[in-house]
Design a binder for this molecule. Structure first.
Ligand code: HDE
Length: 703
């Protein structure tokens, strides 16, 4: 079997396991069985006569079919739906004052990483845009072994103790009697559980906000969630929270759009990341840390060990340590993305745990789940292997791929020269932080974990008006899916009244229940700007812009828009009724990227309609074109039209600026006359793309 060494070099993310990569079907290669036997006919099974029964003797048929029969491994019990890619992490400056981890020391060093994003509830084949928490798991292949930072795109979690995790997941997964609904929390069992679990309220606020429906993996924050420890070379420990800050900013979809994308392009997020990497638009995040001195552990009024709490950035700023760049797609989804095995217990010297009871449970669960999914030798799989040598006395087990030589597999030994030895005296070996412990064996939640609402209120208070409207809308949507009135009432009267009277009242009105509950906690007006997404982008890199055309469209306008926006890093695609080319008003041929039925507005961030009498006249007759702009308007997207192109907006009943002499913008809709200045249109159009326009009066638009 030809093994081909593939070395893409230069990125700092080449790994020796690339030696395993194999180009399938090299020139001249012959088809063989798994035993290397060349096969004369792979398309007909061995039969007793041309129309007779198949013979048991057909070992080739059996091998081929039996391998096929066993192609699946169990999907992840949570986070089954995911997509991953390779890249590297590089620190800006040595961080030795806080941690002795080698990955944080050398600004010249690029540490290879593999990153996997996921949704939590859906099965492996479910849609990317479900409302859910997103997994944000990073495997660092450091010079001291593998470090996994297995985080989410939200800084808090639903529960405080690992022992409740199976209950949470059983409640959110499809209901067991009919396996409905797929990849959705909008059903009775989930809301039944959370309504009886007030500690979930803060995370519910995050999931019901637009954070639950990100625009792109590259436009999400990431969080380690738990408090961890950093330890420096002197053995001094500090508490730490990890953050990933996306260079492209934080942006989201709207719910109607997310639902439609689930049907139009179930692979929306994985496709977006794959395509971005292929065209060299590498997703990037800065790694940030919030550091808390041990003596400050109790100064916050909440417990650092409680995973339903975040540390507001106003109290402890996020210090940015370095950058992660994702720059190489996997060669094989199964071998890499499916078989990658993360574990919170994969740490390196200089990083250690806290006693967060959720983290403590995870330290058991991840190893256990990998054994079920992949077997006890999962660490030998190419994607999981550390880049440093592995040597110990563990042996055998299912799918053992190492050939351990010699007769010594125990310690202490003299027959193997006492090898391999421990490294008790070195700083490069892991030794657990010697935290002083004493306590009574007890099953009880610490009283310091009992405030379930003040940070939910902090989150609500920090939202812009449109963010609050979206939160109200999503609580209302989810609760209106329920069959059980008592559960709806409990959410409003036991949870929401304690977050905000306004939130409770608005949701109650939408779902036809009465607010009867009295708040159990005192309201407060604290807020934190870091929690809001109400921050315009500063570039359109990675955004997708559609140009709608028909024959007779103004070619010059199209070419200028295409080239200017592409220079800014956007993806620009021409859409017409059918594929091929269309002849523009100046006679030039315009290449069509997609036929209209294959390119719905929900997969674009903005739309441009060029001028051209004939083109506009044709498009106002095309239902898909009218629907495209109406829907884009409904979803708050930037829209620009020139000359006769404005007629399409009128047909869709959009509100545009009045007067047609110059470039005018009204709530993100840019219009300009036929001979208008294309450069000025582009400036206004790009400006309009920096943020969605939720201020629009959409009730009257037939989207
Ligand atoms: Fe996980 N989680 N989790 N989780 N989790 C898994 O491990 C678990 C939690 C997270 O891309 C499983 O390999 C328990 C918090 C991510 O492969 C499993 C508890 C956070 C991924 C598991 C939690 C996460 C997982 C399923 C409560 C954010 C996907 C398959 C104590 C900080 C990793 C697997 C990937 C996956 C257990 C809670 C993040 C069963 C018991 C909190 C990103 O081991």
């Amino acid at each position: 079997m030809a093994m081909k060494r593939i070395d893409k070099g230069g990125n700092g993310n080449t790994r020796k396991d690339r030696d395993f990569a194999r180009d399938t079907h090299m020139a001249g290669e012959k088809l063989t069985t798994n035993q290397g036997l060349k096969i004369s006919d792979d398309q007909n099974s061995l039969k007793a006569g041309v129309r007779g029964p198949t013979l048991l003797e057909d070992f080739h048929l059996r091998e081929k079919i039996q391998h096929f029969d066993h192609e699946r491994i169990p999907e992840r019990v949570v986070h089954a739906r995911g997509a991953g890619a390779h890249g590297y992490f590089q620190v800006y400056e040595p961080f030795s004052e806080y941690s002795r981890a080698q990955v944080f020391q050398d600004p010249a060093k690029k540490t290879p990483v593999f990153l996997r994003f996921s949704t939590v509830a859906g099965s492996r084949g479910s849609a990317d845009t479900a409302r859910d928490v997103r997994g944000f798991a990073v495997k660092f292949y450091t010079d001291e072994g593998v470090w996994d930072l297995v985080g989410n795109n939200m800084p808090v979690f639903f529960i405080q103790d690992a022992i409740k995790f199976p209950d949470l997941i059983h409640a959110v997964k499809p209901e067991p009697h009919n396996e409905i609904p797929q990849a959705a929390s909008a059903h009775d069992t989930f809301w039944d559980f959370v309504s009886l679990t007030p500690e979930s309220t803060h995370t519910l606020m995050w999931v019901m906000s637009d954070r639950g429906i990100p625009r792109s993996f590259s436009m999400m924050e990431g969080f380690g969630v738990h408090t961890f420890r950093l330890i420096n070379a002197k053995g001094k420990a500090r508490f730490v929270k990890f953050h990933w800050k996306p260079i492209k900013g934080i942006h989201s979809l709207v719910w109607d759009e997310a639902q439609k994308i689930a049907g139009k392009d179930a692979d929306f997020h994985r496709r977006d990341m794959w395509m971005a990497i292929e065209r060299g638009d590498f997703p990037e995040w800065e790694l940030g840390v919030q550091i808390v001195e041990e003596m400050d552990e109790h100064k916050f009024g909440f417990d650092l060990l409680d995973a339903t709490k975040l540390i507001p950035e106003e109290l402890v700023p996020v210090r940015r340590l370095g950058k992660m760049v994702i720059n190489r797609n996997p060669d094989n989804y199964f071998a890499e993305t499916e078989q990658v095995a993360f574990h919170t217990g994969h740490v390196v010297p200089g990083i250690d745990f806290s006693n967060d009871p959720l983290l403590q449970g995870r330290l058991f669960s991840y190893m256990d789940t990998q054994i079920t999914r992949l077997g006890p030798n999962f660490a030998q799989l190419p994607i999981n292997r550390p880049t440093v040598p592995v040597d110990n006395n563990q042996r055998e087990g299912k799918s053992q791929s190492m050939i351990h030589k010699g007769r010594v597999a125990y310690f202490p030994n003299s027959l193997g020269n006492g090898q391999p030895t421990h490294s008790p005296e070195t700083l490069t070996a892991f030794s657990s932080y010697p935290e002083r412990m004493e306590g009574t064996k007890i099953r009880q939640r610490s009283p310091s974990f009992s405030d379930h609402f003040s940070q939910a209120t902090l989150f609500w208070n920090s939202m812009a008006l449109w963010e609050k409207e979206h939160i109200v809308a999503s609580f209302s949507f989810e609760l209106n899916m329920l069959e059980t009135k008592a559960v709806q009432e409990r959410v409003v009267n036991e949870l929401l009244v304690n977050v905000s009277a306004e939130l409770a009242k608005k949701v109650a009105a939408n779902i036809a229940v009465k607010v009867t509950g009295k708040p159990k906690v005192k309201a407060h007006d604290r807020s934190s700007v870091a929690l809001s997404m109400n921050k315009p982008a500063d570039s359109i890199k990675g955004r997708k812009i559609a140009i709608l055309v028909a024959a007779g469209a103004e070619g010059r306008q199209i070419r200028e828009i295409q080239s200017s926006l592409r220079k800014m890093g956007a993806v620009v695609e021409v859409i017409s009724r059918v594929a091929g080319t269309v002849k523009s008003a100046d006679g030039s041929e315009i290449a069509v990227d997609h036929a209209a039925p294959n390119a719905p507005s929900v997969i674009y961030d903005a739309v441009f309609i060029p001028g051209g009498k004939e083109s506009a006249a044709a498009m106002v007759q095309q239902g898909l074109a009218v629907h495209f702009v109406a829907e884009a308007y409904f979803h708050g997207k930037a829209i620009a039209a020139m000359g006769e192109g404005v007629e399409l907006l009128a047909k869709a009943q959009l509100k545009v600026a009045s007067g047609d002499q110059t470039v005018a913008t009204n709530q993100g809709v840019v219009t300009a006359p036929a001979r208008g200045d294309v450069k000025a249109v582009i400036r206004s159009f790009v400006d309009a793309m920096m943020q969605r326009h939720y201020e629009r009066p959409v009730e009257s638009v037939p989207a």
